[in-house]
Design a protein around this ligand. Structure first.
Ligand SMILES: [Zn+2]
Length: 148
């Protein structure tokens, strides 16, 4: 029997994401398939990768997001592939914070467990290579890691 309360989500034909396609157009600002508006190209840059001094293998990652509103940057889509494991087992950002947003450029930091520095980070703007880790700068010292 069909369940009308929870229809099967149809992925957007262009970006392939569920829950963004209303049947005629895509609501993602970086896609907008089916509408006559131009997609906004999301530009994400990894500014820094900083090891956190804690018992767990954790890094603080700093990124800038441009070309789209920061809310179009879905932090939930940031992950890193673990070969041979389904995506649901991959790591996810932890305790993300926006540290500034002006002129369409947002600066976001988040913690990431078990980061593999030899592999790229998967982001809504594609795969991004990780820069070599650096000592955490003074301006980010207030970002204190708390275990999940
Ligand atoms: Zn789309």
């Amino acid at each position: 029997m069909p369940d009308f309360d929870t229809p099967n989500p149809v992925p957007c034909p262009k970006c392939g994401r569920l829950y963004v396609w209303d049947g005629t157009k895509c609501c993602r600002k970086d896609c907008r398939h089916g509408s006559n508006k131009k997609p906004r190209k999301l530009r994400v840059k990894i500014v820094g990768v900083y090891p956190v001094e804690t018992k767990e293998p954790v890094h603080l990652i700093e990124v800038t997001v441009e070309g789209s509103t920061a809310d179009a940057f879905d932090i939930g889509e940031v992950t890193q592939e673990i070969a041979g494991q389904p995506r649901m087992n991959w790591q996810a950002p932890w305790d993300e914070q926006m540290i500034s947003e002006k002129d369409g450029k947002a600066r976001i930091v988040f913690f990431f467990h078990c980061l593999d520095l030899t592999k790229p980070l998967t982001t809504p703007a594609g795969l991004l290579a990780l820069p070599p880790p650096k000592k955490i700068p003074q301006r980010l010292k207030s970002m204190v890691y708390e275990s999940p």
